[in-house]
Design a protein around this ligand. Structure first.
Ligand SMILES: Nc1ncnc2c1ncn2[C@@H]1O[C@H](COP(=O)(O)OP(=O)(O)OP(=O)(O)O)[C@@H](O)[C@H]1O
Ligand SMILES: Cc1ncc(CO)c(N)n1
Length: 274
């Protein structure tokens, strides 16, 4: 049994954050563990409140997990502030954590800030360089490198620039996935590693219910890495998972509703486990 740890914020409405991660990991038939960085009061319409966890208590949760059930992969989502980022980075290095995927969550789908502005530097300098893969969406890509891509070519440029800043300039290895879910007419994603650029030509599924797509994608990638797939394949199968979950067209709540993980389950069990 593979063990996956998610370090993220709680979404009480169950569509994003810790809840999306645990659903994704469980659907991959793996064992999910969670270190919670913040509680959010949110639903399909928006975020109404955030309560951040003390950085010392985040450290205690990480010690409890790593000293007992060592994870095969770690997914990191909402990290709230720079104190939490610093302690997470320190603990991941201390425990020599493997297969780290960082979704650099900054703003919710509905437009609320989930990361303090002061924390972007800590995220960039301390957490991103120790990840095997980082998965910024279009607005996060702009925050990280100044380019707000509107086409596949600009996504490639941005991914290359972030790779240089985060990995090459720090003498580290890793990869960047610029996600195109926010593009108007396609859902193309671009992966950049040390030498190659891969383009995933996703078509846009007609479904407004995209709450938690980023959380789900990064968790699915972490599961696939834990299974021994390389980064390119891990992203490919994670996108397939998102497609199936979106195609099921579940429609809960008055706003941008959550994904249907049960619909993605069919494919996972047939193609990955058999
Ligand atoms: N309508 C869609 N059809 C197909 N794929 C989609 C659609 N919307 C998003 N995706 C895919 O979902 C994944 C997540 O991308 P997205 O850019 O939405 O992340 P995000 O903004 O971080 O998500 P979140 O809503 O959790 O904040 C990407 O692989 C993207 O291509
Ligand atoms: C807790 C949490 N993490 C991430 C996101 C991004 O979708 C969200 N809305 N809520």
């Amino acid at each position: 049994m593979k063990k996956i740890l998610t370090i993220a914020g709680s979404d009480c409405s169950g569509g994003a954050g810790i809840q999306a991660d645990i659903k994704t990991i469980t659907t991959h038939r793996m064992y999910a563990m969670s270190v919670i960085t913040a509680l959010t009061a949110q639903n399909t319409i928006g975020v109404s409140g955030i309560m951040e966890v003390d950085a010392d208590f985040v450290a205690m949760q990480m010690d409890a997990v790593f000293s007992d059930i060592y994870p095969d992969a770690v997914k990191i989502g909402m990290v709230a502030n720079s104190d939490i980022i610093k302690i997470i980075a320190k603990k991941l290095v201390q425990y020599n954590a493997k297969n780290i995927v960082v979704d650099p969550v900054m703003v919710s789908t509905s437009g609320s800030r989930l990361l303090g502005e002061e924390a972007v530097t800590a995220l960039r300098e301390e957490l991103l360089p120790i990840a095997a893969l980082i998965t910024p969406n279009i607005p996060e890509t702009k925050m990280l490198c100044g380019i707000e891509p509107t086409s596949e070519e600009e996504m490639e440029q941005a991914a290359k620039k972030i790779f240089t800043q985060v990995y090459q300039n720090n003498g580290r290895d890793g990869a960047v996935l610029v996600k195109g879910g926010h593009l108007i007419d396609s859902a193309v994603d671009v992966l950049r590693d040390q030498s190659v650029t891969y383009v995933y030509h996703g078509y846009k599924i007609d479904n407004q219910n995209t709450h938690g797509t980023g959380c789900t994608l990064s968790s699915a990638i972490a599961c696939n890495l834990a299974n021994g797939l390389n980064v390119y394949e891990s992203v490919k199968y994670a996108k397939k998972y998102i497609n199936l979950a979106l195609q099921a067209k579940m429609n809960l709540g008055a706003g941008s509703g959550p994904l249907n993980h049960m619909a993605a389950n069919t494919w996972i069990s047939k193609e990955i486990l058999d």
